[in-house]
Ligand binder design. Sequence first.
Ligand code: PLP
Length: 367
Amino acid sequence: MKWKKQLAGMKAYQPGKSIDDVKKMYGLSSITKLASNENPLGTSPKVPQFIEDHGINFARYPDGYSGALRKDLAEHLQVSEKQLLFGNGSDEIILIISRALLQPGVNTVMATPTFPQYRHNAQIEGAEVREVELIDGHHDLEGMLKQIDEQTSVVWLCSPNNPTGNLIQQAKLDEFISSVSPEVLIVLDEAYFEYVTDTEYRNAIDYLQTYKNVVVLRTFSKAYGLAAFRVGYAIGNEELIANLDPLREPFNNTSLSQGAASAALSDQVFIEKCRIENKQGIDLFESFCLEHNLFIYPSQGNFVLINIKTDSDKVFEELMKKGFIVRSGNALGVPGFIRITVGSIDQNTELIEKLEKILIELGVIHE
Ligand SMILES: Cc1ncc(COP(=O)(O)O)c(C=O)c1O
């Protein structure tokens, strides 16, 4: 068959071990998964309430325009309804942008390590991928600017960056966006936006007035706690969104997920609670690292990346034996580190206790 050449050797997404797998493997009765940056507090109680109260006709297609959710979100963000594009997770928005703008003969610029789906989709479309190493966990914006040329179609920025958690500094972001040609689309992926506590960080939506080549990605999968429902969205100027819209599948968000997202959006008190508890969790991990002289990136997301000064897979496995699933840095392009999703206060405290024991046993830290 006539497969695209660039598909040769590409691997499907490898999901981590499931909770049930790990339970069976180690004979454990309970497992805490802090590996995929999901919300440990779940979602707003308004979501199960909505599901209970609203009967949905399963035989009917969903509203392909996500009309009610669109209205609610536009109001919340203070943008026009036509400035929004919904995806089956922001993963689908990344796919749509790649499908629209990437092809053989063009290139795309991104940081490394960063969220791997930018690279994955660019490869599928046959575009040249230009990766620029982070500097101390930060996007090297000057380096990225140097990689942009006449053939560059899309630049990907991830802030806070997954897996380091670093936020792109506001002044640097301003300068970068004003320096990039208006012919190049700048994607600013803010999947962890709701967790940001840095008071200097402005709302990226402000860029959209001035820059027609900026698109902001956000999601209901993280702070809103709706990863299972798959609702992500893009905010851009109306013309840009209209150009991307034909690439979207007609019914890409289910009736249930649209309603759940609206319900979650209506509970900003819950989001505030999550932001505060998450910050407390990050502070706890930072104190632990300070006490034991371990490097931790300053995270503005709901995860932390810690240098455990030994083999990441070993620590990952030892934690798993003790009932915690985290991400090994080896799988994320940062060997010697582990990425931990910030959990509830109890989960963080317990994980830190276990991690401390493991690192003492491995001779990395001392009692
Ligand atoms: C930076 C970033 N962007 C996008 C996503 C995709 O999120 P979703 O497709 O669930 O909206 C993730 C998920 O981990 C992420 O970390």
